[in-house]
Every structure is written in structure tokens, then in C-alpha cells.
Design a protein around this ligand. Sequence first.
Ligand code: ADP
Ligand code: MG
Length: 336
Amino acid sequence: MRVRVDDLAAPHRESTLASEFTLIDRIKSRATRRDDVVLGIGDDAALLRVPAGELLVASVDTLVAGRHFPDDTAPADLGWKALAVNLSDLAAMGATPAWCTLALTLPSADADWLDAFLDGFLELAALHDIAIVGGDTTSGPLAITVGIHGFVPEGQALRRSGARVGDDVWVTGTLGDAAGGLKQLQARGLQSAKLRHRLDRPTPRVAAGLALRGLARAAIDVSDGLAADLGHVLAASGVGAELELGRLPTSVPLAEQFAEERERWPLQLGGGDDYELCFVASAANALAIEQALAASDTYATVVGRIVEGSGLSLRTPEGEAYCLATAGFDHFAGHA
Ligand code: ADP
Ligand code: MG
């Protein structure tokens, strides 16, 4: 079921305006393949084989120009990110990714743009053995919709609803980098390439999600900010949580660029686009979790614990209550 990497080479580049079908042919000629794809791109729909005893896990996410990525984002980064945000959803379910569909709405049939987009998209697809099995190509303002499919053995998915009082709250990696990169971009001042890279090329925590099967009780990916996303877990589980701000995992570039912790907290709690996993687990599993994550090249930090009640309470290192001014991103906020 390995992706055939020899299919990944870019075709000869010529600057052309192509037809819809030339674009689809280009995608088809470069698309990664898998043995469990009985019928891929080219018919009315794909035929796919789900392993016996496993559930199909399906999700879809859209990136809209001007809304989900800065206008100056390179097409290859856009390709990477469009797939990464979807892989992140499967990671948060503890699923093994397998197939994706790609619906492109493009202002013009620009073959060069498509080739560059596919460079980033297929680079990440190859890392996770994902086959493109279909899609749609239309004209209009730039928007990219990726559907993703994977598997999880019955009963092993990481849902939002399993958190229990007394459990630890963990996050993988570091928080706030993508939001820091975006803030610098909006301020139009000096920009850290490392923070911008986290915004443009998030790492979906697929291996961590798999490692957490059977160890975590609930999980979610951090796409809208830790406060909002953990809030979904708390609501689904009927519990509350206390977070210690002094424990929020912080990267070296973020600490360098935003030296004050009070400047960082809103980025780390309210900024989206980190695509780390937030998960909840029994304290008895802490050592097993650290070992399982280390074996999958990820680390994670305990940032708080689950308590009775509802909602999130935040404590500064001095033990004071802290109030976050901004909630996570809501596309329809203010459009009532
Ligand atoms: P239909 O009219 O039946 O929807 P299309 O002409 O849209 O068919 O697509 C023809 C084939 O090409 C289908 O198999 C479809 O899944 C695939 N396809 C179309 N656009 C894309 C795309 N952007 N990426 C991958 N496959 C695509
Ligand atoms: Mg179609």
C-alpha cells in the first residue's frame, strides 16, 4: 500500500492556460496511488476498499483565499496546508489516513499554479501514503476543498466526549507559533521565517494520534485556538478544566519574538492554525503516553487537568485567575 514515489516528479513545465480536462489530467498523472483504490480518478466516483473490522473515518475542510491563508502564500505551501489541515482532523480521531479528494475552484486554468500547488500537496501526501482518488475542478474565486478518508478499528477512535474529572490535559508540540507569524505579518514589521513556516506548513500529528489510541480518553486538533478547541472537548464531555498558563509549551522563536508572556498567552490560547493535538488522559497513563509519543517522534506537555463543572479556568504562574479577551475563531461571528 506504499505510495509510488516515482509518480511524484513534476511534469515538464510550460506556462499555459489549460482546459478543465487538461488540469484534471495533470492531477491524474501525478496523483499518488494505493492498492486499496479499486477505481480512482476518471470515473463518476471512486471505488475504495475499507479493511475488514475497521470504520471509515471521513472529514472535509475548505481553505478560502483571503480568509484561511495570507494572499502572499506560495502555491506549494497552500497545497501542503490544504492537505495538512485535513490530516490533522484524522490525527485527532486516532485514524490512519488513506485517501483524499481535491475540489479546486480556480480564478483561471493556470497550469503553472497547479503544478506548484501539487508540489506541496503531493509532498505531504507521500509522507502519509495518501492517494488522491477524485475531486472537482471549477472556476471562481480561489478556494480549495479537500475531503479525507482513513480507518480506525471499531471502538478505538479518539472522540471529544471521553474526558473525566481528574484527567490530565495535554498538548503536543508548541502553541502560538502560527498566530505569532500571522500577527507579525499583519503588523507589517519584522517577520520571523520560523513562525511563518509554522503558519504555512503545519505538521499534522498523525503519528501522535495513532500512538494515543487506547491511552487518551478524548482528543481534538487545535485549529481555532486551545481555549476554543479544548472548550469543545469540555462541552462534549460535560466537564470543566483548569489550565496553568506557565505550562503552555512555547517554542524558542515565539519566546524570542514575543518576549512578554502576557503578549504570548493570547496567541497560545486564542490563535488558531497550530494544528497540534490537545488530548485528555488518565494521570495513570502519563508515562505510557510519554513513551508512546517519543516512539512516534512527538512530545507533549501536561497543561492542566479536568475538573467538575463546565468551561475553562486559567491561572497565571502567580496563581491569579486570568481572563482571555478573545475566544477562538468563528467564521460567522458578527454576521448575525
Ligand atoms: P463529473 O462531471 O462526473 O463530476 P468531472 O468531470 O468533474 O466528473 O471529473 C472527472 C473525473 O476527474 C472524476 O473522476 C473526478 O473525481 C476527477 N477530478 C475532477 N477534478 C479533480 C481534481 N481537482 N482532483 C482530482 N480529481 C479530479
Ligand atoms: Mg465533477
